[in-house]
Design a protein around this ligand. Structure first.
Ligand SMILES: Cc1cc2nc3c(=O)[nH]c(=O)nc-3n(C[C@H](O)[C@H](O)[C@H](O)COP(=O)(O)OP(=O)(O)OC[C@H]3O[C@@H](n4cnc5c(N)ncnc54)[C@H](O)[C@@H]3O)c2cc1C
Length: 498
């Protein structure tokens, strides 16, 4: 690369080599194989930020166990609408991954997905009553058939012995369990997708190269400025479409695009810390992802959970995440990320969120200040007989919560995923944190429907139905199709059916 290198011309540039860009790239190559695609990644390999196995919890989020998706209504009943949405979104991922395994694009499910039951666990009579109602509402729906509920210490001990050992036998507890849950190594999955992409014509990935700017071209499309992180050399790429799959840094690049749709967005970074245990005697006695209830004021992604992880064939336990604060938008980012993202159009929304979400601020300050003793106290609630020396601290990935200006120019804190596109869909950015990698496939389908409607309706639907057989049907209302899809994908992915 030299300063004078002429701009290369491609159809789509995807910034970042995490689960999102690689999923989209595979989609595009399946739907239109002759497209010329390039992925530009600033790190030396793929999946080194949030998509890396140890930077996220690896939960195949199907809203089985995450209590934040089932709020209590003012009348005391439990609303399962959001949980159902997330639940069937994960079915799209299961179908897409199964399609890729069946066609040989991914060799086997063993290195990225494993069956691990999903459990919710609560302490106290009020929470017990909530979980019982939640279970009644959920297990009555076909999407959650087979979900078990118990208040019985002995029964819960069969499901998760470490959670019950040493616990006061009179303590009011309750748990739900569903065996169809999964632990997913999103880093390995990203590498599988990248491996498949590398075998395709008209595809290139460039590692250790960072996108530094993007400019609209007068005749349409974009000129992307790229800097080699090792040699410092610069070059440009001309492209018709840009996908900003840059994780936490997508906001920075979106702002650089200058599109009016970027105005009013701000980012609030939340870092994470885990406790990790690899001791065989401990690890072998826990096979579940056990989610508790979030502390008051905490963001949904900070719900504590004690998880079985299977990474590179080795089992471990993970507990957390504990929240932290850093001004970086990426784990390997710069402390200037947050200050440099401040603009006249997003300062007010950011300040308004700080003002209106005092419990969140209080929670984050408390988390940042907490000592090792506090962290083990939280773990002891899940695992009363824990031995501290079996565990070590590890730093998780960085999340950037999105703050959006509302019509009154104050701010709204968004916990979901936000797809921001220019009016002509030539640049699309993926912002936000949750439910994350699990729903990458649903996000891409949603994006194709919204930003590439013409191509989808005109050409892509038959292929999309081959990749995702339930496409066009609502699994929330079609019990027979849900059962068939889950049975088929469980067989290919090696998962259990509930
Ligand atoms: C603590 C934690 C726990 C989580 N738990 C779960 C979970 O249990 N289940 C789940 O489904 N999801 C979970 N998530 C969310 C999930 O990890 C993310 O949604 C997902 O990994 C995001 O993928 P991505 O491809 O958008 O971003 P990333 O994986 O972060 O990839 C973005 C890439 O862009 C690159 N990049 C950035 N800027 C540039 C630039 N200028 N030029 C070139 N490259 C650039 C980065 O280096 C990076 O490789 C969790 C996240 C965190 C932080």
């Amino acid at each position: 690369m030299t300063d004078k290198a002429p701009a290369a011309e491609v159809d789509v540039v995807l910034v970042g080599a995490g689960i999102m860009s690689t999923t989209l790239a595979v989609f595009l190559k399946e739907l239109q194989p002759h497209l010329r695609l390039e992925i530009i990644e600033r790190m030396p390999g793929e999946a080194q930020e949030s998509s890396n196995a140890w930077n996220n919890a690896g939960t195949g989020h199907a809203a089985n166990c995450e209590l934040n998706y089932t709020p209590m209504r003012p009348d005391g009943s439990v609303d399962i609408a959001k949980a159902l949405e997330v639940n069937v979104e994960f079915d799209l991922s299961r179908q897409f991954w199964s399609y890729l395994i069946r066609k040989g694009a991914i060799a086997s499910p063993d290195n990225f997905i494993h069956p691990v039951p999903h459990m919710s666990f609560v302490i106290g009579a009020d929470r017990q009553a909530f979980l019982k109602k939640r279970h009644a509402a959920m297990s009555a729906h076909h999407c959650y058939h087979g979900m078990d509920y118990s208040e019985d210490h002995a029964r819960i001990a069969e499901w998760a012995p470490l959670v019950m050992e040493g616990r006061d036998p009179k303590q009011a507890v309750a748990a739900t369990r569903i065996v169809s849950g999964a632990d997913v190594n999103y880093g390995a999955l990203t590498s599988n997708l990248m491996g498949y992409l590398k075998r395709q014509d008209r595809f290139a990935v460039h590692f250790s190269q960072a996108v530094t700017h993007l400019h609209r071209r007068p005749g349409g499309g974009w000129r992307i400025d790229v800097k080699d992180e090792i040699s410092g050399a610069k070059r440009s790429i001309d492209t018709r479409y840009v996908f900003l799959g840059a994780g936490g840094a997508a906001l920075t690049l979106l702002q650089k695009s200058g599109i009016p749709e970027a105005k009013g967005f701000a980012g609030f970074p939340v870092s994470g810390i885990w406790l990790r245990c690899g001791k065989t005697e401990v690890v072998e006695r826990h096979t579940a992802k056990v989610y508790g209830m979030a502390a008051s004021g905490s963001p949904p992604m900070s719900v504590p959970h004690l998880d079985t992880r299977i990474v590179d064939g080795k089992r471990s336990l993970l507990f957390g995440p504990y929240a932290g604060f850093s001004t970086k938008f990426l784990k390997h980012g710069s402390l200037l990320d947050l200050p440099l993202s401040l603009r006249p159009d997003n300062i007010l929304p950011l300040l308004a969120v700080a003002r209106d979400n005092f419990p969140l601020t209080e929670y984050l300050v408390g988390q940042v200040l907490q000592s090792s003793a506090h962290r083990f106290k939280a773990l002891r609630e899940f695992y009363p007989t824990v031995k501290e020396s079996d565990w070590e601290l590890d730093v998780a990935g960085q999340r950037v919560q999105i703050i959006k200006a509302d019509r009154k120019h104050t701010g709204v804190l968004e916990f979901g995923t936000e797809i921001v596109a220019s009016a002509d869909s030539s640049v699309v950015a993926l912002l936000g944190a949750s439910p994350g990698a699990s729903t990458a496939v649903w996000i891409m389908v949603h994006m194709l429907e919204n930003c590439f409607h013409e191509q989808l309706v005109g050409h892509w639907v038959p292929k999309l139905k081959e990749m995702i057989p339930s496409y066009g049907h609502d699994l929330k209302t079609d019990a027979a199709l849900t059962e068939r899809i889950r049975k088929e994908t469980a067989e290919v992915l090696g998962l259990h059916t509930a």
